[in-house]
Design a protein around this ligand. Structure first.
Ligand code: NAP
Length: 242
């Protein structure tokens, strides 16, 4: 089974986990619409690598937290690509701090990007999937959303919210052939975690290493190809949340 002739939107596709998911889905034959916010050069480099695999790729600048910008961007993608089969809500940020000292901006920016961003993308993409009675929505949560992480009240809340959003959408859209699932990564080596890797952290991971973006991309590809899994959250965490 592959994704030839289908199109996928990946938010935060310029680098890290989103880039790996974009390359993986492209290797399965999907055309790829990448969304980035600030890293134009990285996004265009990723689009170039994807085109080298023989599929179409275009990078779009868009703030996923903006209802208006996401509407406009999904409309542009719709004009540029064949029917959208897969949406991967991957864009995310952290603004860590203890809850007793967290300022409003840190709370709002994380909730807006991580949770409202996923809502905005689902809101504008689902009508296109409903018409075809087919689609796969995959949203990147985190083990922080499952377990809670000290110093990450805002991030943990946004990632727990992704799981509730996923389950509600799964129930709402199942009758129209659209599946909605989440992935909860543990510690994955990207820009987001570049200062976090310590010997103690690695020792706490049963599989004995940080994850790679490609480890998460495998799960995204599995979900993109699975017709009978919905409302699920798959942990890709080396066993750390057991
Ligand atoms: P990353 O390397 O920091 O990349 C973040 C991506 O999100 C970039 O492509 C960035 O675009 C994009 N982005 C951020 N804000 C955006 C906005 N407002 N609009 C559009 N795009 C935006 O992060 P990562 O580690 O790959 O994480 C990807 C996802 O996995 C996130 O949701 C994160 O919370 C989740 N996650 C990561 C880990 C981990 O250990 N790394 C663990 C659990 C969950 P620009 O490049 O243009 O800035």
């Amino acid at each position: 089974m592959n994704l030839a002739g289908r199109s996928a939107i990946i938010t935060g596709g310029s680098r890290g986990i989103g880039r790996a998911i974009a390359l993986k889905l492209a290797s399965l034959g999907a055309d790829i619409a990448l969304i980035y916010q600030g890293s134009r050069e990285k996004a265009e480099a990723t689009a170039g690598e994807i085109m080298d695999l023989g599929v179409k790729a275009i990078a779009y600048r868009c703030d996923v937290a903006s209802f208006a910008e996401t509407k406009e961007t999904v409309s542009a993608i719709r004009n540029d690509f064949a029917e959208i089969e897969v949406l991967v809500n991957n864009a995310g940020i952290t603004r860590d701090g203890l809850v007793a000292m967290m300022d409003e901006e840190s709370w709002d920016s994380v909730m807006d990007t991580n949770l409202k961003g996923a809502f905005c993308m689902i809101r504008h993409t689902v009508p296109l999937m409903l018409r075809r009675r087919s689609g796969r929505i995959i949203s990147i949560s985190s083990v922080s959303g499952l377990m809670g992480n000290p110093g990450q009240a805002n991030y943990s809340a946004s990632k727990a919210g992704i799981i509730g959003l996923t389950k509600a959408c799964a129930k709402e859209l199942a009758g129209r052939g659209i599946t909605c699932n989440a992935i909860a990564p543990g510690f994955i080596r990207t820009d987001m975690t570049k200062d976090m890797e310590t010997a103690d952290l690695v020792k706490a991971i049963p599989l004995g290493r940080m994850g790679t973006p490609e480890d998460v991309a495998e799960a995204a590809a599995f979900l993109a190809l699975s017709p009978y899994i919905t409302g699920e959250t798959i942990r890709v965490d080396g066993g750390i949340s057991m």
